[in-house]
Design a protein. Sequence first.
Length: 312
Amino acid sequence: MAGYTIVGAGLAGLSLALELRRLGVEAEIIEYRDYIGGIHSIMPETKGFINDALKNVSARLNTTAVRVGDATYIIWRGGYRKLAGNVVVATGFRVMTLPELGIYGERPAGIYPHHAVLDMLHYELLPGKNVIVYGDNQYALSLAGELTKRGATVHVVSPTKLDTGAVGEDVDIIIGRVRYVKGMGRVERVLVNNEWVTADTLVISMFRPFNPFPEFRAVGQAVIETYDPSIVIESGRIMAGELVNRSGEFIIIDSDLPIYPGNRVSRDVRRVIIPCRGCRVMVNDREYVINNDAAIIELPDVDKVIIRRVVS
């Protein structure tokens, strides 16, 4: 079987490469940064998986994928190559823009997307001394905790309540929304709800799935809106089984909810991911409750499965 090129060396890309290798299929991973792990690179609970992956697969770093006309190429320093159809996108989340979030005002220095600050930390740099991290997820908390360890004063602003156990009491949590940024040369104040908070840095840690190459299959947070690392890892394993599909047999799914990897699943895999926080779903005659933002569901070994959201 032909090998695959995986665009992105985060959890999903690594998981996919590992599972493909286990199934006897070659895979190359390309990553435009000079380190692997992506958004999970500073999270303690995923470092073990990343380190173990490094022992079994390798990634071509400082290499990116671009579209030129109707073709897609991978580009590295000193060369390029046109990609064929055996590509899987594992680019992960993108950071939401300020207009998307309804943040107005001046545009001084000191406003950073989450991933840029990860890069700074990788190079032992700090984005600022008095930092506001705007995010409603564990990645915002993880970043805030890391900035605090390195000497910054950090406030996390979240529209919803967060479980702060991972960062303790060293990080101030403000429930609310960032509305406005003020500053001439550098960020000076940020309007949170109706109060001004003094800061020299604003980090945006609000995300959406991002697949820049929608003509190719995708894994992880490139296509699933989940903040659960185990779901991200499992998406890679599911996709590997789909790509190999040794039996050549499929289960057809009739669903009124979005499901991953789609409405036709390899019988070798018989697993899907349903992203639907707080949902109750019926899978044929069995009910499941999804407590987190997504759940892995094992399908019955039948030709057709019906999935319906339970509306009380």
